[in-house]
Design a protein around this ligand. Structure first.
Ligand SMILES: [Zn+2]
Length: 492
């Protein structure tokens, strides 16, 4: 067996509850993890929360809590979301973890050759933890529109990271596929960015402007800004640098990120790793955003879709199904409650759910629950595996659905219920019926096996139903019809 596998997800900022973009991170990483585990691989799957910064400190103050008490109180929202989407993660990192804080200080010291102090003057917004240019400050009349607070004219010394030095090495790694970005058009965006020249970035703030963070070692006037603190989590969660085992998993095989944070992961992060003399992740898997009926999801418009609401009403596998099949893994997608419910009723309830109950009921009523030894159907599964390996999860599940539809069609054509009726008069009918049902069960089991990464609960139910070639009892309704956002066609 080769290297042990490692997949990561972005760590959301713990000042608000997680959103659908986070849920999609967990889902994509989980699909990949389950697929790899199915193929016998050892996989570590990281999740976590980013817990430092002024926004956290401000929220904590509003609630009369210390920042640590505040982030502790936020934690369950994130673990609840991860569990709700049925993500089988192995490691949870909090940037306030004692080990993380110590490891990040070690990383800072190792990056010394690439850090320098520089004084900077500009308009500072404490809420943003960032400087704005004269022009930006003038355009908003000197008041931050997001924080409703005047910018302060500040001159301070910060540490800078020599990101500009790493452009050529990152470019070379991308061109030689040592470090890759999927899909290709995202990779081209980053190559163009590097071509235009990477600028050094400020990686610390003076303590008076940022109190809640990891102190810069050896300089008690400075606190680390988000970059080195948060990005390091992908290493520190494995136990870097001092705990056993991290070398067996690093470099990450896949790092799942949303397109809005690609730049940090495709420029700052690989530069840090090069500075630490560590190998770069093999792949960044970049997903898009989910729109609602073609519009951007936003709190002010009030069209925010809560994954928990979907899962509560339709079940976790229905959520996983829609967001792996009807939202492409590598691009933007669209959601409406109507589209979702239609997919649920037509595809999950009618096409898959009915298929399972039809086949199992026939095996029960025609053969006392015993599936004969027949042909173990083996549809060509290469297109499915090709799609899985190239992260085109929607194409993989489309392939599975071709089998679902062709099995439904097969039953319509062969009509096992007619063969059953012929048994009284035709001596060959019994064997023929057994062969047809064995074939149907074989295809259905192949479908269930290919659905394991996508619909873990459903596939486990199907596999258990036909375990050992005997159907024991009624399977029940797998996806009961739901009409919360559409009308039951039978009632029209
Ligand atoms: Zn601001």
């Amino acid at each position: 067996m080769g290297k042990k596998l490692y997949i990561t997800t972005a760590i959301p900022y713990a000042n608000a509850k997680p959103h659908i973009g986070n849920a999609i991170d967990y889902l994509l990483a989980d699909i990949w993890t389950r697929y790899q585990k199915q193929n016998g691989q050892d996989v570590r799957f990281q999740v976590g929360t980013d817990e430092h910064g002024n926004k956290i400190a401000a929220k904590a103050a509003e609630e009369g809590k210390t920042p640590q008490e505040f982030v502790d109180s936020m934690l369950s929202r994130f673990t609840d979301m991860m569990k709700a989407v049925n993500a089988e993660y192995t490691d949870f990192i909090r940037t306030t973890d004692v080990h993380h804080r110590a490891a990040v200080q070690y990383i800072w010291e190792k990056l010394q050759p690439y850090l320098y102090k520089k004084s900077y003057e500009g308009w500072y917004c404490v809420g943003h933890e960032a400087f704005f240019t004269d022009r930006e400050a003038a355009e908003t009349d000197g008041v931050c529109p997001d924080h409703q607070q005047p910018y302060q004219r500040i001159s301070e010394e910060n540490y800078y990271f020599k990101l500009s030095e790493f452009g050529p090495a990152i470019k070379e790694a991308l061109e030689t596929h040592k470090f890759d970005i999927v899909p290709e058009f995202r990779k081209n965006e980053i190559l163009a960015l590097i071509e235009s020249g990477l600028q050094d970035i400020s990686v610390s703030r003076s303590k008076k402007n940022l109190s809640w963070g990891i102190p810069v070692p050896g300089d008690d006037t400075q606190v680390m800004y988000v970059w080195i603190d948060a990005l390091s989590n992908y290493l520190t969660v494995l136990g870097y640098p001092d705990q056993e085992g991290w070398r067996e998993y690093w470099p990450a095989d896949v790092q799942v990120v949303g397109k809005d944070i690609l730049r940090f992961h495709a420029a700052i992060w690989p530069a840090m790793l090069l500075g630490l003399e560590l190998p770069l992740p093999k792949k960044l898997l970049v997903h898009g955003h989910v729109h609602v009926g073609g519009a951007k999801m936003s709190k002010s418009v009030g069209n925010v879709v809560d994954p928990i609401e979907i899962i509560t009403n339709y079940g976790v596998d229905a959520f996983r199904y829609y967001f792996s099949r009807h939202v492409p893994a590598l691009d933007d997608g669209d959601f409406t409650w109507e589209k979702f419910e239609t997919a649920y009723n037509n595809e999950l309830a009618n096409e898959l759910g009915n298929l399972v109950s039809r086949i199992s009921k026939m095996v029960i009523s025609y053969q006392a629950g015993v599936v004969g030894d027949g042909i173990q159907a083996e549809h060509d599964s290469k297109p499915y595996h090709d799609a899985m390996r190239s992260f085109e999860f929607n194409r993989a599940i489309d392939e599975v659905w071709l089998s679902v539809r062709s099995l439904n069609q097969y039953l319509e054509e062969v009509k096992p219920w007619m063969i059953a009726k012929q048994q009284e008069t035709d001596p060959d009918a019994e064997a023929h019926l057994a062969e047809v049902l064995a074939h149907a069960v074989g295809v259905l089991l192949q479908i269930a096996t290919q659905l394991i990464p996508f619909l873990p609960d459903t596939s486990a139910r199907i596999i258990a139903l036909f375990k050992d070639g005997v159907v024991r009892g009624d399977p029940g309704v797998m996806f009961p019809k739901i009409y919360l956002h559409s009308t039951d066609p039978r009632r029209k």
